[in-house]
Design a binder for this molecule. Structure first.
Ligand code: SAM
Length: 340
C-alpha cells in the first residue's frame, strides 16, 4: 500500500493510508473539555474551561465529519470531557447518524447522565457504549471521582442494557492501591452480563502526570490476578477489536478486554485521528503535534483546505509513542480536552 501524499491521489475507495501503511478509519471527536466528574487520574483540579465560543460548533463538526468520511473514515467516537454534557447533544448525534457512509457511531461516557440520555442515544442510532467505571464501591467511587454518583451511573448502565444496546463496555483504569482489590469483582460481572469489562493501563499523561506513578499495573499482572477465576480463554474476536486483547472466563456471557498502551503498544495497528474540543486535529494521543482546524473552518477554508489538513495530520502521524511505566509523555494537553 502506498502512503498518500496529497488529496489528488485519493481515488475513490483508496482510503486514508499513513506513512507507515496504517489505514486511518477511526475518528475520535471530543465534544467538550468539561466534565461533571473530577477523576483524580484525569482532571485533578477544576482547571480552566474552554469558553463556549472556543468549542467547534455542531455544524462545523458535521462538515468536518462529512469530509473525513468521504476520505475513508468509517467510525466516529464521541468523547471529551463528558460528551453528554454538551448542550443539544442528542440532535447532533441524530444529524451525525445521517452522514452518508458513516457506519458506526459510538460514545464514551462516564454514565452520569446515561439514565436520562440512553433512550435518546438509542433512538439516534447509537448501539455501542463505553462507560467508565473504576469501582463497584459507592464510597470509593466518590473518592476517585469527587462525586457521590455511583448508583446513578449504575442505573444508567442497567437502563442501557434494558434498551438493548448491542455492546456495553465498561472501562476500568487499573490503579494500584486504589481499585486493584476489585479486579476480580469487576471481571465477575461478565459471568452474568453480556458486557465487556476492559482493564486499561494507567497512562502518565496530562493531568494524570501529577498523580503518583507507582499506581501503574501492567495488563500481564492484572491477567495473572484474574487467573483466580479460572483460565482466561482468548475470545474469538481477539486481536480485531481495536486496542483491546479479548478473553473470556469459562461460561461467561461477556468478555474481558486488556488495553495496554504502556506494556504492549498498539501503535502499529493504530487507525485513529482525533479532533479536540477546540478544533485541533491530532493523529496521536501522546504527541503534541496538531493542526489548527478551527482556524481553517472559521477563516472560510473550502473543503479542499480541510481535506489537505486531514491528509497533513495523517502524514505526520508518528510511528509510535515511547511511553514506559513511570514516564511522562510529551503530551501536555489534558485528556479531557484532547478526548481520552
Ligand atoms: N468522560 C468520558 C468518560 O469518563 O468516559 C470520556 C472522556 S475520558 C477522558 C475517556 C477515558 O479515558 C475514560 O475511560 C478514562 O477512564 C480514561 N482515562 C483518563 N485518564 C486516563 C489515564 N491517565 N490513563 C488511562 N486512562 C485514562
Amino acid at each position: 500500500m502506498q502512503a498518500i501524499k496529497d488529496a489528488s491521489q485519493l481515488a475513490a475507495g483508496t482510503g486514508l493510508i499513513d506513512s507507515f501503511a496504517r489505514s486511518i478509519t477511526y475518528l475520535r471527536l471530543s465534544l467538550t473539555d468539561q466534565c461533571n466528574l473530577r477523576c483524580r487520574y484525569c482532571t485533578p483540579g477544576a482547571g480552566q474551561k474552554l469558553r463556549r465560543a472556543a468549542l467547534l460548533r455542531y455544524e462545523e463538526l458535521l462538515r468536518f465529519v462529512r469530509i473525513a468520511v468521504d476520505l475513508g473514515v468509517r467510525k466516529v467516537r464521541l468523547t471529551g470531557g463528558e460528551p453528554l454534557l454538551r448542550h443539544e447533544v442528542l440532535p447532533f448525534v441524530t444529524d451525525l447518524a445521517a452522514v452518508p457512509g458513516l457506519a458506526d457511531i459510538r460514545i464514551t461516557t462516564n454514565g452520569v447522565l446515561l439514565e436520562q440520555c440512553a433512550e435518546g442515544l438509542y433512538a439516534a442510532g447509537i448501539r455501542k457504549l463505553n462507560i467508565s467505571l473504576d469501582t463497584l464501591q459507592p464510597e470509593r467511587y466518590r473518592e476517585i471521582t469527587g462525586a457521590d454518583l455511583f448508583s446513578q451511573v449504575w442505573r444508567g448502565i442497567e437502563r442501557a442494557q434494558e434498551l438493548g444496546f448491542e455492546k456495553i463496555k465498561l472501562n476500568v483504569v487499573a490503579l494500584r492501591g486504589v481499585n486493584d482489590d476489585e479486579f476480580i469483582d469487576l471481571a465477575r460481572l461478565t459471568l452474568t452480563r453480556p458486557w465487556q469489562v476492559r482493564f486499561i493501563e494507567f497512562m502518565p499523561v496530562g493531568g494524570a502526570a501529577v498523580w503518583d506513578r507507582s499506581r501503574y499495573i501492567s495488563s500481564a499482572e492484572i491477567m495473572e490476578r484474574l487467573g483466580a477465576l479460572g483460565e482466561l480463554v482468548p475470545a474469538a474476536d481477539s486481536g480485531i477489536n481495536g486496542p483491546a486483547r479479548l478473553y473470556r472466563l469459562p461460561g461467561s456471557l461477556g468478555s474481558l478486554g486488556f488495553i495496554s498502551p504502556i506494556s504492549n503498544h498498539f501503535c502499529d495497528r493504530c487507525n485513529r485521528l482525533r479532533l479536540t474540543a477546540e478544533g485541533m486535529l491530532r493523529s496521536c494521543l501522546l504527541s503534541d503535534q496538531q493542526t489548527d482546524l478551527k482556524t481553517i473552518l472559521r477563516d472560510g477554508g473550502d473543503d479542499e483546505a480541510i481535506r489537505r489538513a486531514i491528509l497533513e495530520a495523517i502524514r505526520h502521524k508518528p510511528k509510535g509513542h515511547a511511553l514506559k511505566p513511570g514516564e511522562v509523555g510529551d503530551c501536555h494537553g489534558r485528556m479531557s480536552r484532547i478526548g481520552g
